[in-house]
Design a protein around this ligand. Structure first.
Ligand SMILES: [Zn+2]
Length: 76
């Protein structure tokens, strides 16, 4: 069974579709039981959505990477 820490560390792979099926199933099982990680995943998706909606001048890749890195390092 995944821990909350495992989920937060892997959420990027999950959202980007880079996670193998077996791991996705484990993550789903955790999400089904853990509202904290559900909220975390929702916040992560909101962050991506906001970044994707930025008008005209998208942030440089370094900026996006930095945001993702900070998000990943954040404690749930
Ligand atoms: Zn959790």
């Amino acid at each position: 069974m995944l821990s909350c820490r495992d989920v937060t560390e892997r959420v990027t792979d999950y959202v980007e579709g880079a996670m193998p099926f077996g791991q996705r199933v484990s993550l789903w099982m955790h999400l089904a039981m853990c509202r904290h990680c559900r909220a975390y995943l929702q916040q992560y998706r909101d962050t991506i959505a906001i970044m994707n909606q930025l008008p005209d001048e998208p942030p440089p890749p370094e900026c996006r990477d930095e945001l993702l890195r900070r998000f990943r390092d954040r404690k749930p």
